[in-house]
Design a protein around this ligand. Structure first.
Ligand code: Z5A
Length: 208
């Protein structure tokens, strides 16, 4: 089972995955938690290049860094785990590229779909949980968290983008969910973390 978790900035993916892990442990599921960018050794070197606001990275270079991270991540981490029979829970994957670099930065989503096919050898998730909420709510959460953790409010390159950028990304994710309804499960991320995970577990029940 290959599960991915997607959503805009501050949607609550890390919080959600932590609670989901607890539920899966209780049910004896053998799983691997990973993330993008940075889910393999090469990706951990790429991640700072992508997130550091002081790096000047062109849109196309950014795209290929995400794709390079993903290609290596699939080869080193995701496919081997799936072949061992583990579940893989991945915080962001190819849908993020199409939402951020496509709908956010303005690149052609259809081209990005093909590039993702190429980078992953055609590996798409079995289920994608989309944590959906208004962009201003997500950004508000992320900025408050950064403030609490002593980070600059707009620390990263993506947090520093305008609200309209994050709104386009939300629309992009929702457009993808409408196009692939069998893969996507859209969860209302404005609920409490416990309520969101309870809803997700109902979707996973048939696979447990
Ligand atoms: N990116 C890309 O452009 N293209 C790609 O192909 C890929 C990624 C793969 C990765 O950043 C960035 O790369 C990302 C997209 C881009 N940038 N953005 N935006 P990252 O990995 O550093 O960060 P992130 O993935 O965006 O995570 P996040 O938004 O920073 O956090 P989150 O995991 O979604 O949320 P959280 O940390 O669990 O929660 C945020 C705060 O809200 C925190 O204080 C929680 O306590 C609170 N929270 C969480 N859930 C709730 C609920 N349900 N109610 C109330 N409060 C909540």
């Amino acid at each position: 089972m290959f599960l991915t978790i997607e959503g805009i900035e501050g949607a609550g993916k890390s919080t959600f995955i932590g609670l989901l892990e607890d539920e899966l442990v209780k049910r004896g599921v053998d799983f691997l938690r990973t993330r993008e960018p940075g889910g393999c050794a090469l990706g951990r070197q790429i991640r700072p290049l992508l997130l550091d606001a002081s790096q000047k990275v062109s849109d196309r270079a950014e795209l290929f860094l995400f794709l390079a991270d993903r290609a290596q991540h699939v080869a080193d981490t995701i496919r081997p785990a799936l072949e061992r029979g583990q579940w893989v829970i991945c915080d962001r994957y190819a849908d993020s590229t199409i939402a951020y670099q496509g709908y956010g930065r303005g690149m052609d989503p259809e081209e990005l779909q093909k590039l993702n096919d190429y980078a992953t050898g055609g590996l798409w998730p079995d289920i994608t949980f989309l944590l959906d909420l208004p962009a201003e709510v997500g950004l508000g959460r992320a900025l408050a968290r950064n403030g609490r953790e002593g980070l600059t409010q707009s620390e990263g390159r993506f947090e520093a983008e305008a609200l309209a950028f994050h709104q386009r990304i939300r629309e992009g994710f929702l457009a993808r969910a409408a196009r692939w309804p069998q893969r996507f499960r859209v969860l209302d991320a404005a609920q409490t973390p416990d309520a969101i995970v309870a809803q997700a577990m109902k979707h996973l029940e048939p696979y447990l």
